[in-house]
Ligand binder design. Structure first.
Ligand code: HH2
Length: 276
């Protein structure tokens, strides 16, 4: 399998690791660490050295309760970083945003993947942008906004509801003119799901993989891991690695993580076993 990212293809024959780069003061686990553009770019290059195949740049926290950021502020945070990474490595850059205008500027600056975290709040402008530019698009399930999503956890059958939403979302993208090989689906761990629901959504991940599109899993350091193990954000690497290993055996294609080096080792070890 492969993901079309404008005029290049990212091979997904091996599981790809997407390194998280939050250029924000308030992200839940690395807020404030990479606000300086030069330091952010250096961190991106380090993640590529450690085996990341994609760098995901975000300028607005999506954690429950996060304050929204203006378009200007978000652009000031992410565009110099996208340009700086683009100038130094061919690794695909994804832009993690809820604003089509930010995605558009980031794609013009060199991003080739749109990481659309709007979920059910969706904006057709994202679809049109993906169709027009040929950028890949990750569609992630979520409900409401960071301010409201904690209350929006009632589902008939969580996994069936998420699967059906992702399937309909992919159909809408195809109708908008996005090619099938440019679409990636994400169940949206931590977004409008309580801790127990996140575990179920992982256990039944195959039901999402069965849709036939590449699947991205973003569990890194999330609070359901913290709740399960009773550990703070900076002690969730092993819990994250367990979710990564599980997701790989269930057929996930891309893992979005903060701790690239240990997760790349986890992926390589898992793949060595499955290929033996
Ligand atoms: N999770 C976060 C942000 N963006 N994108 C996708 N596709 N999937 C995810 O699971 C996902 C995402 C939240 O994590 P993080 O970026 O570390 O935190 P914050 O939103 O506080 O910046």
């Amino acid at each position: 399998m492969r993901l079309r990212c404008k005029d290049t293809y990212l091979s997904l024959d091996h599981v790809a690791v997407m390194g998280v780069l939050n250029v924000t003061p308030d992200s839940f686990s690395d807020g404030g660490l990479w606000l300086d553009a030069d330091e952010a770019i250096a961190h991106a290059l380090e993640m590529v050295d450690h085996g990341a195949s994609i760098i995901d740049v975000g300028g607005e926290s999506t954690r429950p309760g996060a304050d929204p950021v203006s378009e200007d502020e978000e652009l000031q945070r992410v565009i110099p970083v996208v340009e700086g990474i683009r100038a130094r490595t061919p690794a695909p850059i994804s832009i993690d945003t809820r604003k089509p205008s930010v995605a558009e500027r980031a794609v013009a600056a060199g991003a080739t993947i749109i990481n659309d975290t709007l979920g059910e709040a969706g904006d057709e402008a994202m679809d049109d942008l993906a169709a027009k530019t040929g950028a890949a698009i990750v569609v992630m399930h979520s409900r409401g906004s960071p301010a409201t999503m904690r209350e929006l956890t009632d589902y008939d059958d969580l996994v069936v509801d998420v699967r059906e939403w992702l399937s309909r979302r992919a159909d809408r993208l195809l109708e908008a003119g996005v090619t099938r090989d440019a679409i990636c689906l994400d169940p949206g761990y931590g977004f409008a799901k309580d801790p127990a629901q996140n575990l179920v959504l992982l256990r039944r991940l195959e039901e999402i993989v069965e849709l036939g599109y590449p699947v991205l899993v973003g569990t890194s350091r999330k609070s359901f891991i913290g709740k399960t193990l009773d550990l703070p954000e900076d002690q969730r690497i092993e819990g994250t690695a367990a979710t990564a290993a599980w997701a790989i055996t269930r057929g996930a294609h891309i893992l979005r993580v903060h701790d690239v080096e240990p997760i790349v080792r986890t992926v390589r070890m898992l793949e060595a076993i499955t290929e033996a």
